[in-house]
Design a protein. Structure first.
Ligand code: DX5
Ligand code: ZN
Length: 226
């Protein structure tokens, strides 16, 4: 079984003190920094760009997992690689040449991920499974934090998990993940859980408890904790 990872989405951080807040959430036990990049075109919201990401890269040694919700994406891959991304995830829906985009990410020496919107069939990743390190199943429509988990995502997670088979590919879920549903999500086969509001709620004093609560229910569902 692939290792469980909790990936705080820094979209829910306090942007007025982003570096400090990212440091705090990683010190509180986050495994990967999940960076949501939105362009106001592929998704109906704008977050920030590679320069802002680069400016906070030094606050932690933990990997940066960069979720690009932008189209076209190819012209920006270099900037995010240079800005300190370790994993670059693109949307299957964002461009006509997914395979070419994935080759470009790998050529930059980064791990490559593909994300699927809630309405996208899992078959969209089928023919690139040998070219990727991560599949990201969106469990909300991308663009905003704080939305509710779409229940049909559980069936999709299980379907993608089957498609992955024995390949060395992690399965990430993003959107509406909480300590209440993390068990079902992990049981369906996801091993990287992104959480924004469920991690950042209550302020820095609560980050460690919030992360632990999500991790605990997922570990119990995986049979790794009683
Ligand atoms: C949504 C982003 C998510 C989001 C998660 O477009 O990709 O990473 O910030 O936030 P929560 O956990 O609040 O749904
Ligand atoms: Zn995301």
């Amino acid at each position: 079984m692939r290792s469980l990872r909790i990936c705080p989405s820094i979209l829910s951080a306090d942007f007025s003190r982003l570096g400090e807040d990212v440091r705090a959430v990683m010190e509180a036990g986050g495994d990967f920094v999940h960076v949501d990049i939105m362009d106001g075109h592929f998704v109906p919201n704008i977050s920030f760009g590679p320069a802002v990401m680069k400016s906070i890269r030094h606050v932690t040694n933990k990997p940066f997992d960069v979720h690009l919700m932008i189209s076209p994406v190819d012209p920006y891959l270099d900037a995010f690689a240079e800005g300190g991304a370790d994993i670059i995830t693109v949307h299957a829906e964002a461009g006509p040449h997914l395979h070419r985009t994935l080759q470009a990410i790998r050529k930059l020496g980064k791990k490559a991920g593909v994300s699927l919107n809630p309405g996208t069939h899992p078959s969209a990743v089928e023919y690139v499974l040998d070219d990727i390190d991560l599949v990201l199943v969106m469990s909300v429509n991308p663009g905003f934090g704080g939305q509710s988990f779409i229940p049909s995502s559980l069936e999709k997670i299980a379907c993608v998990r089957d498609m992955i088979g024995d390949r060395h590919i992690d399965l990430q879920v993003d959107g509406g993940v909480t300590a209440e549903n993390a068990g079902q999500i992990a049981a369906a086969g996801a091993n990287w859980l992104v959480a924004g509001s469920a991690v950042f709620k209550g302020g820095a004093a609560k980050y460690a408890d919030n992360i632990t609560a999500i991790r605990k229910t997922a570990l119990i569902a995986r049979g790794e904790m009683v």
